[in-house]
Design a protein. Sequence first.
Length: 137
Amino acid sequence: MTWTVGTYLVYLLITVPLTIWVATTLSRNGRVFLQDVFAGDDALANAVNKLLVVGFYLLNLGFVVLFLRISDPVEDLGGLFDTLSIKVGVVMLTLGVLHFFNVYVFNAIRRRSRMESLRSAPVPPQTFIPPTPAYPR
C-alpha cells in the first residue's frame, strides 16, 4: 500500500464519521429550533428535519468523495499529515458554512412568520376618547 492510498483511507476514516456525527447532532438539537420556526407544528418540523438530514448527507458526503482526489502523490508520513490537514480542514469549514447558512435561512423564516403573526393580531383599544364637539366658525 502506498502513502497516497493510506492518505485516502485515513481521510475517509476521519471525514465520513465526522459528517455522520455532525448530521446527528444537528438533527437532534435542531428539532426544537424547527418546531419554533414552524409554530409548534411537530409533524412538519420532523419532516423538514429528516429532509434536511438527507440533504446534508448527500451534499457533504458527495463533497467528501469529490474532494478525495490528491493531485500529487504522497511520499511519506509528513506528506500524509500535510495533505490530511488541508483536506479535513476544508471539509470542516464546508460543514460549518453550510450549518450557518441553514441557521440563517430558518431564522429568517421564523422572523418573517413572527412578523406576520404580529400584523394579523391587532391590539385591542386601551381607552375610549369621546368625540370632540364641532366648533362653530
